[in-house]
Design a protein around this ligand. Sequence first.
Ligand SMILES: Cc1cc2nc3c(=O)[nH]c(=O)nc-3n(C[C@H](O)[C@H](O)[C@H](O)COP(=O)(O)O)c2cc1C
Ligand code: SF4
Length: 397
Amino acid sequence: MKIGKMDVKNRFVRSATCEGMANPTGEVSNSLIKVIKILAKGDVGVNIPGYMYVHPFGRVFKHQTGIHSDAMIPGLKKLVDLVHEENGKIVFQLAHAGLQPVLRLIGTTPIAPSMRITNPMTMSRPKETTEDEIKDSINDYALAAKRAMEAGADGIQIHAAHGYMINQFISPFYNKRKDNWGDNEENLFRYLKEVIVGVRKVISMDISLIVKLNTHDYAPKDGITPCLAAKYSKWLVELGIDALEIICESTSHSMFNMCRGSVPVKEMVQFLPDKMKPMGEQFFKKMVGKFELQEGYNLETAKIIKPLLDAIPLILVGGFRTVTLMEDIIENKIADFISMSRPFIREPLLVKSIKKNLMKKVSCISCNRCLAALPNNFPIKCYVNKFPEKYKHQLLT
Ligand SMILES: Cc1cc2nc3c(=O)[nH]c(=O)nc-3n(C[C@H](O)[C@H](O)[C@H](O)COP(=O)(O)O)c2cc1C
Ligand code: SF4
């Protein structure tokens, strides 16, 4: 099976999963190396490490991996080498978080296409990007792509989902601009288009270019819906991308649509100062019971989008737990690759078990405690049995 020029040994993708394990400078740490090594040994076809920030102002977590400077390249190369040693492929996901970062971490007000939308998670309003900032941020993706290529990555994934910067530009909910970067569908799409054109210019043709696209923002109003995502998908095909991965949700407005399952209220607010905890608990308690896992929750959208992609592979993520469903999807050509995140956190060797016929269902129960580790600045692990109160970050060297 191929994605662009990339030969992939099987149909499993480890969907990008922020490991929360980089050094505070953004550099790859020994802990991150260990995680990627185990995944590589587990035989996953395409390994996508967690999203990498293309600019320090587009960073969400203290231990997120960076690709914003050349100093990151040697560490990134280590990840590439160990995946290649196991005959796997590695794709770097490039992201700028737009309105999502907290001021405390980036030291300045976050930027976004429009300032009208308050981030309900941080209660802050972004600053509206100027024309120059837009051009600079598009260039940041191209520079990051060049670094990915220098590090030896097999592919690049443009993060156009989860309510981050690109998602904000292409969404009529976040983007209220009346200039060339908003106001109608062509203009909304323009930022993503320019990012793709800019990245393509700097990478060689043997590097695969993948987009992870939001197909539903679940925004309070006006957001991306599968109908608009279908239109965008056709335009992405015309731009010559090599594969499309589809997902839904915006982290600021509908986080548990991305990771359907339980809402771990106590863990989600653990990092907050005591006086803010009751407000946080109230916020998350309203969500309890509303996001029960339905296996393959992006399946219906896949059925709309797949026929529009011609020969370009569709990578489908979202709630895959039983092997028979995965097989059905591939056999019935609903998607070309099965992508998973949480199951690999719990069982990094699951592809091997499936190949040996030893697994009918993955054992992740979608409790979402691994997701709650992110705001707490804990490294990502399966915390189903115990969620720590504190974590020794000095272990992350
Ligand atoms: C802890 C955690 C970190 C994640 N980090 C990323 C990320 O860096 N980039 C991304 O596009 N999606 C990220 N996701 C979303 C996953 O890639 C995936 O789309 C989602 O979890 C649904 O798939 P699943 O049911 O197989 O977990 C993350 C999910 C979790 C649980
Ligand atoms: S903590 Fe473990 S069981 Fe819970 S969602 Fe994450 S990986 Fe799955």
